[in-house]
Write a protein that binds this ligand. Structure first.
Ligand code: GLN
Length: 447
């Protein structure tokens, strides 16, 4: 059924970069056989999944929507891909994204712009726009995305689905092609919180291949999130409802807070005084790390190499000049500048200090509240092309999401309403490190 749906609508949605009906059906038949033989099957047995094209999967193209990795087929599985195989999920294919996960609209893909299924003139958000659109268009029941500064939550919000950025270290990053290693996390995208909980339960946990993966037990999320929310304290930051917030988003988010109150949660006003520096700190830390991580694409190790060149340095320059898109190059230049001698202390080190202040704000807030609720994005989905010539306005669509990654905490998007034009609006629920359960308990109040 999902294959039929992809074949019927993906011409319009353009979520998939790589789709193989026969391979998907072969996997499904093999799982049927396993079940019929009486062998035990995994928790995702037969469940089709769409995977963001940034997670290495043995034998499947993994391009990061970049010309640079156009021909790359990884010789190994990312940890999460291995977990999905063990749980007997069925891989439908690879879905679109902003090149190397840099962007907020999926327009930075070197291949195509994915469309928002609710209105195909609009973007699906980004960078996990393909993952969000595939689920919203019923081309897949669940998908995997990655979130460095909002790339799971913001597209989930624009497409009206559930998306969870887990705590840093909750899910192994082994085999996730790095953008900004201290911020990147893999997470589930789904139509309900229950589905996201099941997928998280299957992919979370310690992995010896990722030194930053946490050795914390994985709760039985699917059971624990059913607890009622009565008595929970929900933090609200008055500044979140200030300048730049679309009035329709504001009223949907405010109305959604009443739903929590009706179920017995208590709303508490809190302050996050350094939040306003989030975007500035994020775009320094993320670009600095990206400039270092992307140094590996040199025309020697992976995929693309320019055809005509004159010596080694010229080969590097031409390969990187032709292989990377404009946004990736912009970020490599910004990050290289922020790390360079003479500027490092003023920009990169300063951003790290601000990052610590932001983290301290959250620690103080979570001493008094269980979760913090806010809009996920300042506006509903915008029109394709509307922000492509104005990177700064594109960066501002991450204003509510980036501090979650800077602080390493957990953030969940749940749909909470629609604009008059019929575009989804999302509520963000932030919770303390390893507080996925409480975030999902609150998110479930809307199910
Ligand atoms: N939109 C943000 C950026 O462009 C976040 C991207 C992400 O989370 N991968 O960096």
């Amino acid at each position: 059924a999902f294959c039929d749906r992809i074949e019927a609508v993906d011409d319009k949605v353009k979520a998939f970069l790589h789709y193989d009906r026969d391979a998907a059906l072969d996997q499904a038949r093999a799982i049927d056989k396993k079940r019929q033989s009486g062998a035990s099957v995994g928790r995702l047995a037969g469940l089709p999944i769409a995977v963001k094209d940034i997670l290495c999967a043995k034998g499947m193209p993994t391009t990061c929507a970049s010309k640079m990795l156009e021909t790359f087929v990884p010789p190994y599985d990312a940890h999460v891909i291995g977990r999905l195989r063990e749980e007997d999920a069925v891989f439908l294919g690879r879905v679109n994204m902003d090149e190397f996960a840099m962007g907020s609209s999926t327009e930075n893909s070197a291949v195509a712009s994915t469309r928002n299924p609710w209105n195909t003139d609009c973007v699906p958000g980004g960078s996990s726009g393909g993952s969000a659109a595939a689920v919203a268009a019923c081309e897949a029941p669940i998908s995997l995305g990655t979130d460095t500064g909002g790339s799971i939550r913001q597209p989930a919000s624009y497409c009206g689905i559930v998306g969870l950025k887990p705590t840093y270290g909750r899910v192994s990053r082994y085999g996730l092609i790095a953008f900004a290693s201290s911020l990147d996390q893999i997470g589930p995208m789904a139509r309900t919180v229950d589905d996201a909980a099941l997928l998280l339960e299957c992919i979370a946990g310690h992995d010896r291949h990722d030194a930053t993966s946490a050795n914390e037990p994985v709760p039985e999320y699917t059971k624990e999130i059913t607890a009622p929310i009565k008595g929970l304290k929900v933090g609200i930051v008055p500044d979140h409802f200030g300048e730049g917030l679309d009035p329709e988003v504001e009223s949907a988010v405010r109305a959604s807070l009443d739903v929590l109150k009706d179920q017995g949660a208590e709303l508490v006003e809190i302050d996050l005084p350094h939040k306003k520096y989030g975007i500035a700190a994020y775009y320094l830390v993320a670009t600095a790390e990206a400039s270092s991580n992307l140094a590996r694409y040199d025309g020697v190790h992976y995929g693309f190499r320019a055809e005509n060149f004159d010596g080694l340095i010229d080969m590097y320059c031409k390969t990187r000049g032709q292989g990377f898109g404009d946004e990736v190059k912009r970020r490599i230049m910004l990050g290289t500048f922020a790390l360079s001698a003479g500027y490092r202390d003023a920009y990169y080190i300063k951003a790290l200090q601000v990052r610590r202040l932001i983290k301290n704000d959250f620690d103080a807030a979570f001493a008094t509240v269980d979760v913090i609720c806010a809009p996920t994005a300042p506006t509903p989905a915008f029109k394709i092309g509307e922000k492509t010539d104005d990177p700064l306005s594109m960066y501002l669509s991450d204003i509510y999401t980036v501090s979650t990654n800077l602080a390493g905490i957990c953030g969940l998007n749940v749909p909470c309403g629609f604009s008059k034009a019929g575009l989804p609006i999302g509520l963000q629920i932030q919770s303390p490190p390893f507080g996925e359960t409480v975030a999902m308990r609150v998110g479930r109040a809307y199910q």
